[in-house]
Design a protein. Sequence first.
Length: 292
Amino acid sequence: MGRTRSHADMMLHRLLTVCLAMMAGVAVADTDTARLEGVLAAQPPDVQARYPARRPAEKLAFFGVAPGATVIEAFPGDGWYTRILAAYLGPDGRLVGADYALDMYPRFGFFTLGQVQARENWVNEWVDGAAGWQGPEDALLSAFVFGAMPETLHGAADTVLFIRALHNLARFEADGGYLTAALQDAHAALKPGGILGVVQHRAPDDWPDGSAGGAQGYLKQDWLIQRLEKAGFEFVDASDVNLNENDQPAADDIVWRLPPTLFTSREDPELRAELEAVGESSRMTLKFRKPE
């Protein structure tokens, strides 16, 4: 009796999860909800503290990321999503980091020559650096630099994720075609029918185009959809999972004024409290497909 009731409870929980996800526009067909919940619950407290703002479970379900898949993560940074993805994809999966082109870094204006030179070996260092945290059941890791993707990745990826990574590529597009090169790599890497997932700071529709070019961290949703369609992707759906109506930036505001960076209020406790109350940026969450 107890075993039957437990099984029924699990089936009901799964059914409710699927129904709620469908109502929210989330694709769950390939997502192992229980496994993902377990991975998220195992993360350290400082990572879990970001869940209310980042909502990784909802986003990865929306993109249909599945255990055993091959996923490319653009500009993985300090590895917040990397560690979640590596554990969730599991030993049959593959996680590939993709960094900005080396010659893009001097264009930021704040990297020293030594810091730029240190990134020359990023592909190896990113993989080697995982040794300190990677578990025996985590996905296989590898890496490349946009504009120099190895041929072995052509047609190999199930999903490519650009999580808060497109604004810098757009910002320097006119200088070196960096956005074009990254999207070409993403398109070439995806299998036919593969998914490209985007999470990006969202500029208000009425912003002047000059403010929404990426330098301030924000891009316009309509512009980004058109740009990705031009690169050969089909727009599938948009989710409101990361919209924050409290984020109403002026045309001269930078996204890094908000948590967690709080760049403009480090010496102003009153302004800091005001920006902390706004919360993290309002973000578009967009799903695209490579045509079959």
